[in-house]
Design a protein around this ligand. Sequence first.
Ligand code: SF4
Ligand code: FES
Length: 572
Amino acid sequence: MPTVTIDNQTFEYDGSPSLLQFMLDLGMDLPHFCYHPAMSAPANCRQCLVEVGMPARDRATGELVLDENGQPQIQFMPKLSTSCTQAIADGMVIKSHATSELIRRAQKDNLEFLLINHPLDCPICDQAGHCPLQIQAYKYGPEGSRFEFEKVRKPKQISLGPRVMLDGERCINCTRCTRFTQEVSESHQLTIIKRGVKNYPATPPGVEFDEPYSMNVIDICPVGALTSSDWRFQSRVWEMSKTPSITTSNALGSNCYYWVKDNQIMKVTPRTNMNVNEYWLADEDRLDTKRFNEDRASSPRVGGNAATWDDAAAEAARVLSGMRGDEILFIGSAHAPVEDNYLLCRLADSLGAPAPSFIEHVKPGSADNWLITDDKSPNADGCRRLGMNPLDGTLLKSKLESGAIKAVYILHEDLIGAGACDAADLNNCAVVVHADSTNNQLFALADVVLPAATVVETVGTYINQNGYAQRSQPAKAIRSVNRTLMMAVGKSRADRHGTPFDKWYSEDNLVDCQPGWMSLPLVARALGYDMDYRGPRQIIDELASSNDAFSGLSYDSMGEMGKQLTEINTLA
Ligand code: SF4
Ligand code: FES
């Protein structure tokens, strides 16, 4: 196996990795700005410098030249090298800033150049606190500036498109943003204009930076030059907690972080998972936050009036208990996690009702073979694995009209908003709904409303369109959260920030809702059925041992990166 020696430590390597990526993979801290593993390396920031040496060989014989200790003599290149473009070779010897005063001096001088025209506006910059330039200037930069002249002025507060703003003066011309549009999204909507210290990114004349992945450039910009039109100036990074989870705006389940301040979702950023979304996130995933913060259904309701959870469950039980199973229609949801749909199936089975169906949310033609799918629900595959079939709207209407259905029990869905039926169709039957929003049109007319937790408030399993099982984690707290249960499955923000004395802890914005794995057993028990779980982990364990379509699934096997399940069509 070939070897490379870095800062006096020798490592074996495989293939031909770039030196910078090899060192980063080893966990070494090597300052850099323009390099990104998914794009070409232009080596224009000049910050990732290293000294590169090779064992010297006698020109005549080709033999290694040995020093007085009998060790190969190392001949270092006369100039410093950029590690992002340096290929590793067998026997190579590298000195980074950790062992080379020359490198430390070069990186400090380079940072002084980068900061010459950079505005010192960290106190008002959204990137402050997680800005690579700020961090590296503190760690490796000069103590002060010797630049006593007026800085170059460039355009500020430029709207590049509907979702991205540019501050030209903060740009250090790393070209990550332009390379993203050229090499990754291939929209070619950004380019660098002007020359020398005056250059900055811009769109061609008459073009808007409005591609469906535009907001990725905000994450990869190593300074605060690119900000979100939506989120800028809303919160500082140290005021927020970030929780690893998944997005649910379509059937891919891109991996993400939810950022929370005052128990409100402030922004969504990508989390690297090479099996799902690699380094990126679609704008539709990032903008899917308002429904978590606004118009939330909070506090159970019976006949339109606020009620306790026990009273609401008892009323749901009273409504259902006098009916035959075939008079009750259960409708699950491809927006709800596997755990909730499974319990709904169990409840329907207990009452002798047909298996729940689910509404499909497909927008043909919107998929792009990347991170946007035609299916706009995150768990249709999970519903199918549970034996649920898509809802037949025509059959539903005819059954409602004929009076064959006397009660509809709905999880997370808006039958009217989805066009499955009209409000008038439901006049003669009882409606029980687990709703997460007051915008759910069933909210006003339902006999019983049990407010439902959303994906950012609970643990839940979602199976994406490729059969990849992933679980959400609670990013924000809810009023009914059971800390003990949640601690067993993932820490919410309230868990992490501990006590009401914590300066970031707030009782404001706590929604009185429950995850389905809490509220469905409440209704089942009110009906006299035995349905009791210590938490969602136990539900998945039970499902994995009883249904081949979930074989091998557990919270541990999913971890934070998900687990591939057996293709549903190949199951016996
Ligand atoms: S705006 Fe940011 S990402 Fe784009 S070139 Fe400038 S520093 Fe790099
Ligand atoms: S990261 Fe190597 S030159 Fe920028």
